[in-house]
Design a protein around this ligand. Structure first.
Ligand code: ADP
Ligand code: MG
Length: 603
């Protein structure tokens, strides 16, 4: 692995790279930068989202242009306004010590005169969306007749969006002897055609396998009836209280609809698609970056290339039309060395697409069940318990303590805990208490609600579900936890299943016969210095029979249960974000009995 210095970049750029905290070049940078610096060549580079493509073309372009001249020498085309701004911003940072450098962004939805004025002041590099660029060329507001370097960033997406003619038109105003650098995450036929048409003997580099998915992302799919899609989405979100996700829909209309519905149902969600005003899009992106929004519902185009770290889940509300697009979607998570989950909600008519995707990404999907209502209640309750356990006491409360104590004089600790948790729990419980099983079996007829309480994929009638007080925070993902359990308990390959890792706790199943062994093993077990606690969980792991009744209609709105919107806001009270798990004994016992009460009464 070489350093940026060894790649041959100048001191101004190296200085900026140090400021940015980049220690070593990414693979695409390591491959592209020397080629682009050393030769005047065309280039086709295939690399996943998040691999550092901007710097791969940005550094060489900055190195090669003449900042003393005010002529426009570099043109970068990118599909969306968001990306255009993002690239401009990166380029400015990379070139902050290049004195005299002027990078200008050109994109629709903002004053064309202002942009023209900026260009006129002398922009060595223009970063543009194709539509606005074409517009400015036809109005003679820009001159790209002397550019030496043109970049087609996210080329596949630009073509998907129908920019082929605009690009052709724009490039016809550029010199024939310029160099064209094409960057793309995938190589569909259209991109190959463009490369052939506009480029001369391009050098080619590929990072990772074409279209292949990163190994830090695990892929899951959930099979439900098409009409239950939205309910399934809500459950997946509720089962992951700390979710920070992008939810992909196929059309702008669905994107808007799903986001609106989520907001109405009390989730912290926002929509991002091309029919929104620029201002609305900026606002939603800012909120998402600040994590004020937990679920960004987006179209592929609008979300393309947007660089937000820490996304825990990508949810494919619908599969994309072109399965190659799945790679981009799942690439939004599992970045910067973190693990992520890409979930697909599929109906029966689309389930075969999963196989095709597996072939493309060269990874296996795990078929999972949408959690049932009680499992979600349990997750939410434990998440809240953890949050409370870790909350720092605010001593402003001390002065009210006497009166509060008087009020609860006759309550035991157990009663108090139960009451306290009921405030939150009852809301979820009321909502989910009569909820149906959303899962359908592969190959079954689409009999919808009648299947509820039907066959369970994991066979939970013969299996036992356990709660264990370790989770993602302890470095486990489902694979690691499964391995850990198998190893500790000396079990066979398929003896541990339905492993669900949450932030600070997890669930898993074994056959009933193993129950005693499992519980006995974990009665006094320490892992890395702390007690690991395993208990039988009341929830059966997604497929267990709940009751014979239907859920309260399609639009079961949680508001009906609490009546108070602000009280229900998910971003607020029912979310834990700093919950290091360690259920104290009394806590776990009491929450256990608390959980079981409403359930028994329903059987
Ligand atoms: P892509 O265009 O391939 O999706 P970006 O160019 O947007 O990727 O880069 C993704 C993120 O990685 C950006 O935040 C960028 O600043 C950062 N980055 C790029 N190169 C490096 C590097 N060599 N070391 C650390 N971070 C980097
Ligand atoms: Mg990019």
């Amino acid at each position: 692995m070489s350093t940026f210095q060894e790649l041959g970049l100048n001191d101004d750029l190296l200085h900026a790279i140090t400021d940015l905290g980049f220690t070593k070049p990414s693979e695409v940078q390591e491959k592209a930068i020397p080629i682009l610096l050393e030769s005047e060549t065309d280039l086709v580079a295939l690399a996943q989202t998040g691999t550092g493509k901007t710097a791969a073309f940005g550094f060489p372009m900055l190195e090669k242009i003449d900042v003393d001249s005010r002529t426009t020498q570099g043109l970068i085309l990118s599909p969306t306004r968001e990306l255009c701004l993002q690239i401009t911003n990166e380029m400015k940072q990379y070139g902050k010590y290049c004195k005299g450098l002027n990078v200008v962004a050109i994109y629709g939805g903002s004053s064309i005169t202002d942009q023209a004025r900026e260009v006129k002041r002398g922009a060595q590099i223009i970063v543009a969306t194709p539509g606005r660029m074409k517009d400015m060329i036809s109005r003679r507001l820009v001159d790209i007749s002397k550019i030496q370097y043109s970049v087609l960033d996210e080329a596949d997406e630009m073509l998907n969006m129908g920019f082929k003619e605009d690009i052709t038109d724009i490039l016809s105003h550029t010199p024939d002897d310029k160099n064209t650098w094409l960057f793309s995450a995938t190589m569909p036929r259209e991109v190959a055609t463009i490369a052939k048409k506009f480029m001369h003997n391009p050098q080619e580099i590929t990072v990772g396998n074409k279209n292949e998915s990163t190994s830090t992302v695990s892929h899951e799919y959930y099979l439900v009836n098409a009409r239950d899609r939205y309910q399934a989405l809500k459950r997946l979100s509720d089962a992951n209280p700390d979710i920070f996700s992008v939810v992909f829909c196929r059309t702008k209309r669905d994107t808007q609809k799903v986001a609106e519905q989520l907001i109405e149902d009390g989730y912290s969600a926002g929509a991002l698609h091309g029919d929104l005003s620029q201002n609305q899009r900026d606002l939603v992106m800012t909120s998402f970056r600040k994590k004020q929004i937990q679920m960004l519902v987006a179209t592929d185009v609008a979300a393309r290339g947007i660089d937000v770290d820490d996304i825990t889940h990508v949810i494919n509300y619908q599969l994309p039309d072109e399965i190659e697009t799945y790679t981009h979607r799942s690439g939004r998570t599992g970045r910067a060395g973190k693990t992520g989950v890409s979930m697909v909600i599929v109906s029966k008519s689309e389930v075969r697409k999963i196989k095709s995707i597996e072939r493309i990404i060269k990874r296996q999907f795990e078929k999972k069940d949408i959690p049932d209502g009680m499992e979600i209640c349990e997750v939410q309750l434990m998440s809240l318990a953890n949050k409370i356990h870790n909350t720092e006491v605010n001593h402003e409360i001390d002065k009210y303590l006497t009166s509060i104590n008087e009020l609860f004089e006759d309550s035991t600790k157990d009663e108090l805990i139960k009451k306290f948790f009921s405030v939150e729990f009852t809301r979820f419980y009321n909502y989910y208490n009569k909820s149906k099983n959303l899962n359908i079996a592969e190959g079954s007829f689409d009999r919808g609600d009648r299947r509820e309480g039907g066959r369970d994929f994991g066979g939970s009638k013969n299996s036992t579900r356990y709660f264990i007080n370790v989770g993602g925070k302890d470095g486990f993902d489902w694979m690691k936890l499964k391995d850990f359990l198998k190893e500790q308990l000396q079990l066979g390959r398929d003896d541990v299943f339905k492993v669900e890792v949450k932030d600070s706790f997890s669930f898993f199943n074994t056959e009933n016969e193993l129950k005693e062994k499992v519980l006995a093993f974990f009665t006094d077990f320490k892992h890395e210095g702390r007690f690991v606690n395993v208990e039988v969980s009341e929830n059966r792991g997604g497929g267990g029979r709940r009751d014979g009744k239907r859920g309260g209609g399609r639009r079961d709105d949680r508001r009906g249960n609490s009546g108070n919107k602000s009280e229900r806001r998910r971003s607020g009270d029912f979310k834990s974000n700093s919950d290091r798990s360690r259920r104290s004994e009394s806590n776990s016992k009491s929450s256990g009995s608390h959980m079981s009460r409403p359930r028994r009464s329903r059987r």
